[in-house]
Every structure is written in structure tokens, then in C-alpha cells.
Design a protein around this ligand. Structure first.
Ligand SMILES: Cc1cc2nc3c(=O)[nH]c(=O)nc-3n(C[C@H](O)[C@H](O)[C@H](O)COP(=O)(O)OP(=O)(O)OC[C@H]3O[C@@H](n4cnc5c(N)ncnc54)[C@H](O)[C@@H]3O)c2cc1C
Ligand code: FES
Length: 258
């Protein structure tokens, strides 16, 4: 884990003013990074003491270019929209425990909902060459799926769904997941998105005896395991999402199995 000033290469709106793609150059930390890990991004405004956790959207280990994709929800993320090319932002990471990418020759299903799609670009890049991959992306509306335009979708099946039907099929990811499970013998499922969606995915996975990894989101203060702020209940006792996760086996997480 490193603390460093990252130089901003690009910080642009992604289709509308709610979603931004931030690309920065870092000197250290990407070689050992894994999909599912995150960075804590510092706000320049001193009144916002706590860093904001943002997932690695993509990491180019060769060039040191790191991508984040974020939704503007409050003052911290609003401040990030004001960052210009050439300026710096202090970043801490990579943090946490990412997805298991030591998987080869398997039928893998990746399911993302809303901003939970953010960490899946890097995951897909790691998995797609060596596995038969299916990707389901869901969101409220077409704007929520702009993020999919940043992902290279060649070489695997992609299914999209929105609540209002403005992009892909009208419906939800869990309906599509059930259809895929009827068609393919899926070996492992990876999911990130709203908790209700992940819980439903985890239940279907468990009912079908399929291994499932979930990437959880909790409010975080330190992001490094020092404050207990992000503790969750698991079958192995309390665990910290920032340090033991954010990626867990779904069978381990109590709230995915209630
Ligand atoms: C491991 C991890 C990875 C994340 N990755 C991404 C990402 O890739 N892209 C992205 O856009 N967001 C991501 N988030 C969520 C992001 O950290 C919050 O949206 C951000 O911290 C909000 O900061 P703010 O100052 O703009 O909003 P605040 O003013 O702090 O809060 C505004 C609203 O957002 C809600 N909120 C704030 N933090 C969280 C949180 N951690 N979880 C759920 N709701 C929250 C608050 O309850 C409030 O309603 C991630 C969170 C975690 C824990
Ligand atoms: S945020 Fe402090 S322990 Fe996880």
C-alpha cells in the first residue's frame, strides 16, 4: 500500500454530469494491484478530512495509469469533478482484498449493478482471455450504463438491462442471471452492485451450488483496518470490509444469506 501524489491525465464527464472517468499516473503500487481493490482519494478541502474510497476501474501495470470511475453523490465526489489535467491528487492504495483471478478454463459470470460495475472492467480484462466469460450489466437507466462504454466488450457475451428499458432489456440483472444459468454451466460468479442485488445473486448461486464472490460497499473512515468503522458479520465472526474485503465469498457474509 502506497501513499502518493498522482498526476491527473484526464477527468471527464461520462455521458452526463453525474458520472466521471478519472485517469491518473502513479509511480508505485500497480504491479501488485488486483481487481476489486480500491484506493482512498484525498479531498483538497481540509474540511473533508476523510478520504473517499474508490475502486480501481482499471490499472495498466506497464504505464502506471490508473482509472477510476465515480458518481457524483456528495461534496467529496463533487470536488473531484473540479480536478484538471496536470494537477495532482493524493491517493492511498491499492487497499483491500480483491477478486480471485487465479481462475482458468472456466465458465465465469460477471454481474454488475450501477456503480458496482466500476471494479469489473479490470476484473473482465484479467479473466476474459483465459475463461469463457459472460457479463451482465444492469442500471437504473441508460446513463447508469455509460460506464460499460469504457469496457472492451470483444470476445465474450454481454447482456444489458435497465429498470426503465432505456438501454438493453427492461428488467433486472437477476432475471438475466437465471436465464444464463439455464443455458450455461457456470462455474463461478463475480458480482458487485447494490446490496439487494448481490444478496439475490448470492442466493441463486447458493441454490445452484455455484461459487460466488461479492464485492461489498460500506461507509469507510480509515480504509486500512484501523478504526473498525466498516465491520460486518460473517460466519467467521466480525470482518472489516476495507481490510478483509471488499471481496468476500458470498457464503461467508451473513447479510447475503439471511
Ligand atoms: C470499497 C469501496 C469502493 C467504492 N468504489 C466506488 C467507485 O468506484 N465509484 C464510486 O462512484 N463510488 C465508489 N464508492 C462509494 C464512494 O466511496 C462514495 O460515493 C463517496 O465516498 C461519497 O463521498 P461524497 O463526499 O461525494 O459523499 P458524502 O457527502 O460523504 O455522502 C453523500 C451520500 O453518499 C452516501 N455514501 C457515502 N459514502 C458511501 C459509501 N461508502 N457507501 C455507500 N454510500 C455512501 C452517503 O450516505 C450520502 O447519502 C466505493 C465505496 C467503497 C466502500
Ligand atoms: S474503514 Fe476503518 S477499519 Fe475499515
Amino acid at each position: 500500500m502506497f501513499l502518493q501524489d498522482a498526476v491527473i491525465i484526464e477527468n471527464r464527464e461520462s455521458g452526463d454530469k453525474k458520472y466521471y472517468l478519472l485517469r491518473v499516473k502513479v509511480e508505485k503500487g500497480l504491479q501488485e494491484s488486483k481487481p476489486g481493490q480500491f484506493f482512498m482519494l484525498q479531498c483538497k478541502d481540509g474540511s473533508r478530512v476523510l478520504r473517499r474510497p474508490i475502486s480501481l476501474h482499471y490499472a495498466d501495470r506497464e504505464s502506471g495509469v490508473l482509472e477510476f470511475y465515480y458518481e457524483v453523490v456528495g461534496k467529496g465526489t463533487k470536488e473531484f469533478t473540479l480536478l484538471n489535467k496536470g494537477e495532482t491528487i493524493n491517493v492511498q492504495g491499492p487497499l483491500g482484498h480483491g477478486f480471485d483471478t487465479e481462475v482458468e478454463g472456466k465458465n465465469v459470470l460477471v454481474i454488475g449493478g450501477g456503480m458496482g460495475i466500476a471494479p469489473l472492467k479490470y476484473l473482465i480484462e484479467e479473466l476474459k482471455g483465459k475463461n469463457n466469460l459472460t457479463f451482465i450489466a444492469g442500471g437504473r437507466d441508460s446513463g447508469a450504463l455509460n460506464i460499460v462504454n469504457n469496457i472492451n466488450l470483444k470476445g465474450f457475451e454481454v447482456l444489458e438491462t435497465t429498470d426503465d428499458g432505456t438501454r438493453g432489456r427492461k428488467g433486472n440483472t437477476v432475471e438475466l442471471m437465471k436465464e444464463i444459468l439455464n443455458e450455461k454451466n457456470i462455474d463461478i460468479i463475480y458480482t458487485c452492485g447494490p446490496h439487494g442485488m448481490m444478496k439475490a445473486v448470492a442466493k441463486v448461486a447458493a441454490a445452484n451450488g455455484i461459487r460466488c464472490q461479492v464485492s461489498l460497499e460500506e461507509r469507510m473512515a480509515c480504509g486500512t483496518g484501523a478504526c473498525m468503522g466498516c465491520s460486518i458479520e460473517t460466519i467467521n465472526g466480525m470482518r472489516k470490509v476495507c481490510k478483509d474485503g471488499p471481496v468476500f465469498e458470498s457464503l461467508e457474509v451473513s447479510s447475503c444469506n439471511e
